[in-house]
Structures are given as structure tokens and as C-alpha cells.
Design a protein around this ligand. Structure first.
Ligand code: KIV
Length: 278
């Protein structure tokens, strides 16, 4: 068996990410919500695509991730799967699809996996009810990614997107939560808005990889919301964000050029038009 087959074929598997951590290879992750971007990101060699419930804000125009439904997540994850058939996909289970009972979590996660073809799901927090849900999913064979630090589904309880884990007590609480999620069977852990020193300690202590967003350079991998990374969300300026392009200006320029040509009548030209005689 080749090494690729051992690690789950071209999509990879949870084993591949643990192996990447062991070798010190960084894991590159981005969010994706549709087939077109999923294809571009897969072609660019991203290791893991997250169909995040940030979908609610960046695609659907909701004020937070809270209104996102499982049906919406499934609809978009199916598109991402079609665009990136060979990439490892993780789907965010939306608010209240996994907290009520482990049975309901399993029913919802199982439906997501069956209907979309994602490899894994992500849950937020480490409350006892979340740990029970993680155990139920892992026992049923569904890989689970954890998510600690700022957890957007708890935005109202946390008072907004604030750095979590500052101060000795809070830092210890976060470390214990990370240990508990690893113990419950998570294959990886997102750390969001966590001081980099604390994220480095958690990363060194855990065997499973950590994927940071606003958690500094010592995590085992990094994830960003794709539209933020591409500079398509000009009003959003958190300290952790680096824009690797400024596509908002490009899009505006292109649309203004198109509008000007349509208004002048220079588009479409003869080269874009069909004569009666071919
Ligand atoms: O929903 C999302 O996009 C996420 C990432 C920001 C980690 O959870």
C-alpha cells in the first residue's frame, strides 16, 4: 500500500494530519462555500477545506452564525464537494444541532456526512454536553474537529469576538478544555483568538494538530475565511488577518469597466457576437 493510500487516498485522512504534525509540516486550511472557489483552492493545494458556518455572515448576509441551518450547511457542502472531489472536507455543525443530546448530534452529523460526502464535522466548545456529543460521533466513526477560544456560536455569551484565555485561570481552563477534547476523540482542534504563547503550549502538549485563526504562528496549521484572505471583505480589519490579495478593488474596477462598455455600446463587440452565417 502506498503512503497516500495509507493516509486515505488523494483526500487524505485524519491520519495524514497527525502525521503532518509529527513531521512538523504545517497544515493549510481555508473555508469554502461553493464549487467554484472550492475548485480554485483545491487546485492551489490547500490541505483541508472547512465549510464553515461563517457561511451565515460572509455568504448569506446574516448578522452572526447563529441563524445558519443544517440544510443550508448541507446545500453548500454538497457544492464544495463537487468542486473539490479530492480534498479533505470538514463541515461546521450549526448552533443547536449537537448540543441537545448526543443522539441528536449523531443524527445531524450522520445526515451531513451521508448527504454531502464530507470527511469530518466541527463542533464548538468543550461543555460536558459537547464532549458527550464528540464521543458519540467518534464512537460512530465520524471524525470530529474541536474549536476553542473565541467560539462564534457563543458570541453573545462571550461579549463579541475577544481574545480568550488571557490570565492564569482562563489559560488553565482553556488547556483543560483542549485536553478534554483530545480525550473525547477529536482529530484536530481549531484555536481562535488565543494568545500565541498559550496556543503554543497547547500545541506542544496535544498529540492532535491545532489549527489557528488569530492564535499565532506556533499552531500546527492555519485557517482563514477565504474571502478575508483574498481581500473581498474590506470592512473587516482584525489584527490577525493578513490580506493576500485585494480583490475587492479588482472586482469593483472590473464591474465599472463592464458597466461603462455596456453603456457606451462597445461591449459586446463583433468578436463576442454570432453572425447568421458561421
Ligand atoms: O465558520 C468558520 O469559518 C470557522 C473558522 C473561522 C475557523 O469556524
Amino acid at each position: 500500500m502506498s503512503e497516500q493510500e495509507a493516509h486515505g487516498g488523494s483526500r487524505g485522512s485524519v491520519l495524514r494530519f497527525r502525521e503532518m504534525k509529527r513531521r512538523g509540516e504545517k497544515i493549510v486550511a481555508l473555508t469554502a462555500y461553493d464549487a467554484l472557489f472550492a475548485r480554485l483552492l483545491a487546485e492551489a493545494g490547500v490541505d483541508l477545506l472547512l465549510v464553515g458556518d461563517s457561511l451565515g455572515q460572509v455568504v448569506l448576509g446574516y448578522p452572526s452564525t447563529l441563524p445558519v441551518t443544517l440544510d443550508e450547511m448541507i446545500h453548500h457542502a454538497r457544492a464544495v464537494r463537487r468542486g473539490a472531489p479530492d480534498t479533505f472536507l470538514v463541515l461546521d455543525l450549526p448552533f443547536l444541532t449537537y448540543q441537545i443530546s448526543p443522539e441528536e448530534a449523531l443524527r445531524n452529523a450522520g445526515r451531513a456526512v451521508k448527504e454531502t460526502g464530507v470527511e469530518a464535522v466541527k463542533l464548538e466548545g468543550a461543555a460536558p454536553r459537547v464532549l458527550r456529543a464528540v464521543e458519540a460521533l467518534v464512537e460512530a466513526g465520524i471524525p470530529v474537529m474541536g474549536h476553542l477560544g473565541f467560539t462564534p456560536q457563543a458570541v453573545h455569551a462571550l461579549g463579541g469576538p475577544r481574545v480568550q484565555g488571557r490570565g492564569e485561570g482562563e489559560g488553565l481552563r482553556l488547556k483543560n478544555q483542549a485536553r478534554a477534547l483530545e480525550g473525547a476523540g477529536c482529530f484536530a482542534l481549531v484555536l481562535e483568538l488565543v494568545p500565541w504563547e498559550l496556543a503554543a503550549e497547547i500545541t506542544a502538549e496535544l498529540e492532535i494538530p491545532t489549527i489557528g485563526i488569530g492564535a499565532g504562528p506556533r499552531c500546527d496549521g492555519q485557517v482563514l475565511v477565504v474571502f478575508d484572505a483574498l481581500g473581498l471583505n474590506p470592512g473587516f480589519h482584525p489584527r490577525f488577518l493578513k490580506r493576500f490579495a485585494h480583490l475587492d478593488g479588482e472586482v469593483r474596477r472590473a464591474v465599472e469597466a463592464y458597466a461603462a462598455e455596456v453603456r457606451k455600446g462597445t461591449f459586446p463587440g463583433p468578436e463576442h457576437s454570432f453572425p447568421l452565417e458561421p
